[in-house]
Ligand binder design. Structure first.
Ligand code: ATP
Length: 376
């Protein structure tokens, strides 16, 4: 795709059955296959030590896979040196040269590859203006804010017109306000450039807001890949279900019974949820007849209802409420386990709030409108 800042050629990335075992026996990456499409913003998400950086370093050519293959634009690059991959990396420590000006820092990769000065100056101006740092080109990194330094690092990465951006926690050293601001800026800029990007983070808010697709890793194993909506709404594994979202998804053990009058009963402790056959959730769990499964319900998919309500309701005792400004969470005991419920506005919520406050209505009824049923 053509852009203001220069031509970008197609860059797809494919990992096929890639494993990385370090000499000390650590299996950092365990048989991962992943396709990144042209122009896609792919986020690798997972806790510290799950192998995200190792994946990135293998794509960059800084580490060799122990087995499996890595393809860039359908070409095997296992043995291609990093400098031949037209890849730009941005790390959390920006590593700007402190004695050089902003302009010199951004121009540095061009100087290394012998681009003449007039062209350097022009390209630096283009990139700096696109990043909103055109007016600080003469300053030294020490005279910049954290956000400006980050933009300089981005500028230095962009100026080589890479096919692929690899970013490893580029925002983790910044305070949270600035992080949120730069999140939007980086993903906006990268999309405008049309450059395929692999972005590593352990911050799920970053992943869910920035990504076209998210790849979630745990202990070297790829758990799930999908759009933010897919991995949040239909997590592929229990790990992902519990890992994504704040508050965490409620995960409840249930037994499944398919009844001949064409409904499915979910037994949660001593409570029974009846799902009519017409409900796609009923058909989704019907194949687990007689088995125990784990049912996932997001807090925001649950709402308080009147004590005499019927239908898909769970009965519980509200333990306490937590107010977060834009939402209130109710922590509810429903027998053996506790669940979190997003308290929506309206009458029912008001009733629940009163009951928690006074303790006079010891039983609140929760309506089940959650969907994902995750097999154990
Ligand atoms: P973080 O977010 O903390 O950087 P990560 O998900 O990026 O974590 P990696 O840096 O890829 O994780 O590391 C994955 C695993 O491989 C970890 O257990 C780490 O200790 C191990 N590891 C990384 N580099 C080496 C090495 N050179 N030798 C041995 N083990 C290594």
């Amino acid at each position: 795709s053509a852009t203001r800042l220069g031509e970008v050629t197609v860059a797809t990335v494919a990992l096929k059955d890639v494993t990385k075992v370090f000499p000390d026996g650590t299996v950092a990456v365990d048989n991962i296959s992943l396709d990144v499409n042209d122009g896609e913003f792919m986020v690798l998400l997972g806790p510290s030590g799950c192998g995200k950086s190792t994946v990135l370093r293998m794509v960059a050519g800084l580490e060799q896979p122990s087995s499996g293959v890595i393809l860039l634009d359908n070409e095997l690059v296992n043995d291609l040196s990093p400098r031949d991959r037209r890849i730009a990396m941005v790390f959390q420590d920006f590593a700007l040269y402190p004695h050089m000006t902003v302009g010199e820092n951004i121009a540095f990769p061009l100087r290394l590859s012998g681009v003449e000065e007039a062209i350097r100056t022009e390209r630096v101006a283009d990139v700096a203006n696109a990043l909103g740092i055109g007016d600080v080109l003469g300053r030294k990194p020490g005279q910049l804010s954290g956000g400006q330094r980050q933009r300089v690092a981005m500028g230095r990465a962009i100026i080589r017109r890479p096919n692929l951006f690899l970013m490893d926690e580029p925002l983790s050293n910044l305070d949270s306000g600035l992080r949120a601001e730069l999140r939007a800026e980086i993903s906006g800029l990268v999309r405008e450039l049309g450059v395929t990007t692999i972005y590593v983070t352990h911050d799920q808010a970053e992943a869910l807001t920035m990504a076209d697709r998210v790849a979630i890793m745990r202990k070297g194993v790829l758990q799930d890949v999908g759009t933010p909506t897919q991995v949040y709404g239909r997590p592929a594994t229990l790990y992902v279900a519990a890992f994504l979202g704040n508050p965490r998804m409620n995960l409840l053990e249930a037994s499944v019974y398919v009844h001949l009058d064409r409904h499915v009963a979910l037994h949660l402790g001593d409570q029974v949820l009846r799902l009519p056959w017409e409900d796609i959730r009923a058909r989704a769990v019907a194949r687990y007849h007689g088995e125990r499964i784990v049912v996932g319900m997001r807090a925001e998919a649950l709402a308080p209802v009147a004590p005499d309500a019927s239908g898909e309701v769970l009965r519980g005792r509200i333990r306490y409420l937590e107010h977060h400004g834009h939402e209130s969470l109710a922590f509810v005991d429903i027998g053996a386990t506790a669940i979190v419920v997003d308290e929506l506005g309206g009458q029912a919520a008001g009733r629940a709030r009163r009951s928690a406050g006074s303790g006079r209505f010891s039983r609140a009824v929760q309506r089940f409108i959650g969907r994902a049923a995750v097999p154990t």
